[in-house]
Design a protein around this ligand. Structure first.
Ligand SMILES: [Zn+2]
Length: 207
């Protein structure tokens, strides 16, 4: 412990602020941040510039799909614009990255809708903070016959799913939820592909 702080104190100011910036990234702890920073400052100028440019370009080009909320360079995104996909099925996920997990499982050929979170009164997340109204707008415009809710199976995921099932209830619209089979308390990104595809196949209708 003391070793790290002594070393940090000995590091030049610019490295210290680089470490601080890197440590804010998800999954990067203080030790990794320091290792990456020290690697960067000893790398060739050209490769550092390439990294910085890649970050800036990606941030500049990536936006949310106006229809489903996926991360994309053009809106509507390739999935929304793909006529070979089953437009009667829409899978509701919490975050844009969950789409990648489900796509990797190869078990779903419908379309998606990203909520952007889940209802959590304790964290101040109310239904109007999520992209639920956007989903309601899609219902009369698209030939949607089934909404497949693929939220994590924890307390907030359960509450959000129940809220959605009630609010989206319409004649001729089936609302199902993926089978319990995901690790409790974790997001979809932790589910392996086989578990995910089983959970999708075993989805049950909500009442
Ligand atoms: Zn889209």
């Amino acid at each position: 412990m003391a070793r790290t702080s002594t070393k940090m104190a000995l590091l030049p100011e610019s490295i210290v602020s680089l470490v601080a910036a890197l440590a804010k990234l998800p999954g990067v702890g203080p030790r990794s941040a320091e290792r990456i920073a020290l690697h960067i400052v000893q790398s060739e100028n050209g490769s550092v510039k390439q990294l910085a440019d890649a970050i800036l370009v990606a941030r500049e080009r990536i936006k949310f799909c106006d229809v489903c909320g996926a991360l994309t360079e053009k809106s509507p995104c390739p999935i929304c614009g793909d006529s070979r996909r089953d437009a009667s099925l829409v899978c509701v996920v919490e975050r844009a990255v969950d789409i990648l997990s489900i796509e990797k499982s190869n078990a779903f050929r419908g379309k998606f809708h990203v909520l952007g979170g889940r209802i959590s009164p304790l964290d101040g997340v109310e239904p109007e903070d999520l992209r639920i109204a956007e989903l309601e707008k899609r219902l009369p415009l698209e030939p949607i016959k089934e909404i497949v809710i693929a939220l994590a199976t924890d307390v907030e995921g359960d509450a959000t799913s129940a809220y959605l099932a009630k609010r989206l209830a319409r004649n001729g619209l089936k609302i199902s939820r993926i089978a319990y089979g995901l690790p409790a308390g974790s997001g979809l990104e932790f589910a392996d592909e086989l578990t995910l595809s089983r959970a999708l196949e075993g989805r049950g209708e909500m009442h």
